[in-house]
Design a protein around this ligand. Structure first.
Ligand SMILES: CC(C)(COP(=O)(O)OP(=O)(O)OC[C@H]1O[C@@H](n2cnc3c(N)ncnc32)[C@H](O)[C@@H]1OP(=O)(O)O)[C@@H](O)C(=O)NCCC(=O)NCCS
Length: 161
């Protein structure tokens, strides 16, 4: 029902409008955005899902971040248009993009989000991985694209540049 494709430059503002609709006002004030400012999302991993009429129904983006010298994928924002929520599209976007990330050679992904939603995909709380404040540590979650990729990793999450 939905066609998934890598986000293009032409999609950018439409995806921004979807995020504005789906998130509370002021989303860009969130601390995770300080890791994204002036840095491009990861090519090929940011995806847009359109319905058969070509209308944008959901989108996911990823940014590169680092912990010390380690490269990490920061998942988000992900959002699904309210008229399509609960149809499995969020899960589809997350699972498909994580598969692409694995194929591209990424080893670990993280996000700031609701554990009850992301646990189902295999995300688990990251102990000792510190996002810029203010971030609730309970919401800092990680996913291993290769087994053991988060083992023993602690420290501050920083911008890549
Ligand atoms: C979160 C979001 C992307 C999920 O997309 P979706 O297509 O509705 O999700 P799916 O259809 O794959 O999954 C729906 C299930 O997730 C649950 N769910 C959705 N958001 C949840 C949350 N924040 N916490 C716990 N469960 C959640 C639903 O209750 C539903 O549960 P069920 O399968 O037991 O019925 C979408 O609701 C959305 O865009 N929300 C607003 C923006 C947002 O909060 N983004 C995430 C930022 S962390």
């Amino acid at each position: 029902m939905f066609k998934l494709a890598a986000e293009t430059e032409d999609d950018w503002w439409e995806v921004e409008a979807l995020y504005d609709l789906c998130f509370a006002p002021g989303r860009e004030a969130l601390s995770s955005y300080r890791l994204r400012d002036d840095i491009s999302p990861v090519p090929h991993l940011s995806m847009a899902a359109r319905d058969p009429e070509g209308i944008l129904a959901g989108a996911i983006r990823y940014w590169p971040v680092r912990i010390g010298d380690l490269s990490v994928l920061l998942l988000g924002p992900v959002a699904v248009h309210p008229t399509h929520q609960g149809e499995g599209l969020g899960g589809f976007l997350i699972r498909e993009s994580l598969e692409v990330a694995r194929d591209l050679g990424w080893e670990r992904a993280m996000l700031v989000g609701d554990a009850p939603y992301y646990n189902r995909f295999g995300f688990e709380k990251l102990n000792g991985v510190i996002m810029p404040p203010p971030t609730n540590p309970e919401r800092v979650l990680g996913y291993e694209l290769i087994k053991g990729a988060w083992g023993g990793i602690t420290g501050e999450v920083n911008r890549v540049a």
